[in-house]
Design a binder for this molecule. Structure first.
Ligand code: C2E
Ligand code: MG
Ligand code: MG
Ligand code: MG
Length: 277
């Protein structure tokens, strides 16, 4: 494949490619080791507010990696590697286990966990997730699984039966980053979900671009017409908040309220957010 770049291409690209291949391999090896350790991988939780911006109704589990040499890494730096190297399964199991602990500690909150599209290729996904929730003693009804639209593109029987099995077990399904994938509205009627999360890119352009406002209004109306909960992600400003509240958005999440914090910091954060409400 390298040679197909042509001779000049080869000479120009080879050093860079070597570097990125090396980096990728290193991340993979380090990740494999990190999964077996207690302290490197940790799950942070970002609050999700009700539509009025008042009470906290849930939290989303977001993975962080305290890499021994590279410092704190965001998922962008390692989730793709995990997906490509078969490590995403163990990672997700770990996040879900942690999330179940939070669900048990906070019976009134919903706890969202991101599931990679890659995992939906496995026929055993639903059984695995159900087993973890059972082992921990949490209730599936409290757990929300976030999947991206790309999952629905694989319109096959595996995705369909996995999603149905998960919903039958009590999990709620949220469509993450809604509006960014190659989404077709027909997927919304083919696959039953409970919630759509309007992608941050639309929220960020509110107030700057008329089309963003039109899209947000339309998605809220579409979602409600289909009986779905509509969440906005990436809410950063009071203006965005006011717009979304007026548009009838059911839930909001974003730095305006809080970034993701370690589970140990949740009690204080939730107390502060409830007081502000
Ligand atoms: P996501 O599921 O859409 O999560 C939301 C991301 O937006 C998080 O980034 C969060 O920190 C960030 N965010 C929240 N509010 C704001 C805001 O107001 N402004 C801005 N600029 N950003 C905001 P994070 O934690 O870096 O995660 C990025 C992506 O990595 C997630 O997007 C999700 O797709 C993936 N991810 C995170 N944790 C996991 C995990 O445990 N498993 C899997 N498979 N993927 C994960
Ligand atoms: Mg998410
Ligand atoms: Mg999202
Ligand atoms: Mg997003």
């Amino acid at each position: 494949r390298v040679k197909a770049e042509g001779r000049d291409g080869y000479r120009f690209f080879a050093p860079d490619m070597d570097e990125s291949v090396k980096l990728r391999r290193e991340i993979e090896e380090d990740l494999r080791a990190a999964i077996t350790r207690e302290d490197e991988l940790c799950v942070h939780y970002q609050p999700q507010m009700d539509g009025s911006g008042g009470g906290v109704i849930g939290v989303e589990a977001l993975l962080r990696w305290r890499h021994p040499r590279r410092g704190s890494l965001a998922p962008a730096a390692f989730v793709k590697v995990a997906e490509e190297s078969g490590l995403i399964g163990p990672l997700t199991r770990r996040v879900l286990r942690d999330a179940c602990g939070v669900a048990i500690a906070w019976p009134g909150l919903s706890v969202a966990v991101n599931i990679s599209p890659v995992q939906f290729r496995s026929r055993t996904l639903a059984a695995e997730l159900i087993a973890i929730v059972r082992e921990t003693g949490a209730r599936a009804q409290q757990i929300e699984l976030e999947v991206t639209e790309s999952v629905l593109l694989d319109n096959d029987e595996v995705v369909h039966s996995t999603l149905s099995a998960l919903r039958r077990a009590g999990f709620r399904i949220a469509l993450d980053d809604f509006g960014t994938g190659y989404s077709s509205l027909s997927y919304l009627s083919k696959f039953k979900v409970d919630k759509i999360k309007i992608d941050r890119s639309f929220i960020q352009r509110l107030g700057e671009a008329d089309d963003a406002a039109a899209i947000v209004h339309a998605v809220v109306r579409l979602g409600h017409a289909m009986g779905l909960v509509v969440t906005a992600e990436g809410v950063e400003t009071g203006l965005q908040h006011a717009f979304l509240k007026h548009a009838g958005c059911n839930e909001m999440q974003g730095f305006l309220f809080s970034e993701a914090v370690p589970a140990a910091a949740l009690r204080r954060l939730l107390g502060r957010l409830e007081q502000a409400a």
